[in-house]
Ligand binder design. Structure first.
Ligand code: SF4
Ligand code: SF4
Length: 375
């Protein structure tokens, strides 16, 4: 049987329209009661990467989160929570800055505990056998993943599968980048994490997406869509079609299929819209942005990776646009490498030690001034 992905057209962040589209989409998958029971504790997991204006497309739009919450409340689910492990800053401040805190307060949905971590083992994991997850995840029965459509320097795009990394608590996220230090191993760890937590439903906010230097320094781009699925790999594959990106270039898609999380191939996916069923090729033709600014370069070949001195010249690296840098040092704090691969000696801008750099791009993700680019 094919994996189903619902594609909803939604041109603006209009509460009523988002609500109506989400209701229709969830009904196509069998209705919300197929995924949760009223007595369960349910966590809404948006992308709250860092403090940002909602128009910057860095975080999931609060109206998408609130309307999912409303649908759950109307289905009788009263034990709802929300939360995400921010890359930098406190979740409270991030939720306030983007307007999510007000939306959740209006619906009486409290914040889950993401300040403390719980170490859990997952012997079935193929890449990761234990996770330091936020206590709030442990204390809930079900999770709804409400991700944002964005580009990403390590995995090319971030969507349903990658959004689950926010279940890892605080500093443990940075440590994960050193343990799973390339795109493939990181993707395999993410697949294990998805398989361990098993979100009941994945919803993507792609009304305004991010292209270019994502996931935090890119450019907002209007796409006017939301996606819903129970298969995060299929959902991300449809997202790739919208980005005009070959899905097999995204490690979380390839590893996700190999490890049994979902499917990325066109023949295994059925896209449902209000106007009928589509293939992913048709999604690209009808709704995609041909010139979506995303990395479509081929991977450095395995043989070249083995010849390390040569591959170093071809590896993507972060660099600093000095005129934009305010010398805040957030990039240095974000670097997970022991002894740091980036150093700040004010008044000069930070400098990289590329011999130590593992190209995880945490510094680029966290820079508040879009001063870090990738070459
Ligand atoms: S985070 Fe950005 S602005 Fe701050 S020091 Fe680093 S490069 Fe400069
Ligand atoms: S310098 Fe930046 S890209 Fe390199 S390891 Fe540190 S955080 Fe990652």
């Amino acid at each position: 049987m094919k994996s189903q992905v619902i594609l909803l057209k939604c041109d603006t962040y209009d509460r009523k329209k988002i609500y109506e589209e989400l209701c229709w989409g969830i009904e196509q998958l069998g209705g919300i009661c197929r995924f949760v029971r009223p007595e369960e504790k349910i966590l809404l997991k948006p992308n709250l990467l860092r403090k940002a204006e909602v128009d910057s497309a860095i975080v999931t739009h609060p109206l998408v989160v609130s309307e999912v919450g409303r649908i759950l409340k109307e289905a009788g689910c009263s034990h709802l929570f929300y939360g995400d492990s921010a890359g930098v800053g406190s979740m409270e401040r991030i939720a306030e800055a983007c307007g999510l805190a007000d939306e959740m307060e209006a619906l009486e949905i409290p914040m889950a505990d993401f300040n403390e971590s719980v170490l859990i083992s997952y012997p079935e994991g193929k890449m990761a056998r234990q996770f330091h997850i936020a206590r709030g995840i442990r204390e809930t029965d079900a999770l709804i993943n409400i991700c944002k459509m964005k580009t990403h320097q390590l995995e090319r795009m971030t969507g349903a599968v990658k959004n689950m990394y926010g279940c890892i608590q605080g500093l443990h996220k940075a440590k994960g980048h050193t343990k799973y230090s390339n795109a493939e191993s990181f993707a395999r760890m993410l697949v294990d994490l998805n398989q361990f937590i098993r979100p009941r439903l994945y919803v993507m906010d792609g009304i305004t997406a991010m292209e270019g230097n994502g996931p935090a320094s890119g450019t907002p781009v209007h796409m006017g869509v939301m996606l819903i699925s129970t298969d995060p790999v299929a959902l991300d594959s449809v997202c790739c079609a919208l980005m005009n990106l070959a899905p097999e270039l995204v490690p979380t898609n390839v590893q996700g299929e190999k490890m049994g999380l979902g499917v990325w191939r066109e023949e295994d996916i059925e896209v449902l819209t209000r106007d009928g069923r589509l293939t992913t090729t048709q999604v690209r033709e009808y709704f995609g942005k041909v010139d979506y600014d995303v990395n479509r370069g081929k991977e450095v070949r395995r043989l070249w990776r083995q010849i390390r001195w040569l591959s170093r010249h071809f590896q993507r690296k972060p660099y600093i646009v000095e005129s934009r840098c305010i010398r805040c040092g957030i990039c240095v704090e974000a670097c997970p490498v022991e002894g740091k691969a980036i150093h700040l000696n004010k008044p000069a801008a930070p400098v990289y030690d590329y011999k130590k750099c593992i190209a995880c791009f945490c510094c680029q993700e966290m820079c508040p001034k879009k001063a870090i680019q990738v070459k």
